[in-house]
Design a protein around this ligand. Structure first.
Ligand code: ZN
Length: 77
């Protein structure tokens, strides 16, 4: 039995917290403090949610050229 949740548990709790808008539990925040993998997961969740929340409202104000350029620069990584 472990005091801290596993990475799998943390990613589930993160997505629940983001969906419900509730703050993260203390044990999740402690895990994030010591686990870089889960910090990255949290950043990705935040990005995805940010994108998903904006998409229905007409999307970002980017020209097709700017989007293509952005996509190319992301692919280049
Ligand atoms: Zn972790």
């Amino acid at each position: 039995m472990s005091l801290l949740p596993s990475c799998r548990e943390v990613s589930r709790l993160l997505s629940e917290a983001l969906d419900s808008g509730r703050p993260l539990g203390l044990h999740v925040r402690i895990h994030l403090g010591v686990c870089e993998v889960c910090r990255r997961v949290l950043a990705q969740f935040a990005l995805i949610r940010h994108g998903a929340a904006r998409a229905p409202e007409g999307g970002p104000d980017l020209s097709p050229e700017a989007k293509a350029r952005l996509r190319r620069s992301l692919d280049g990584r």
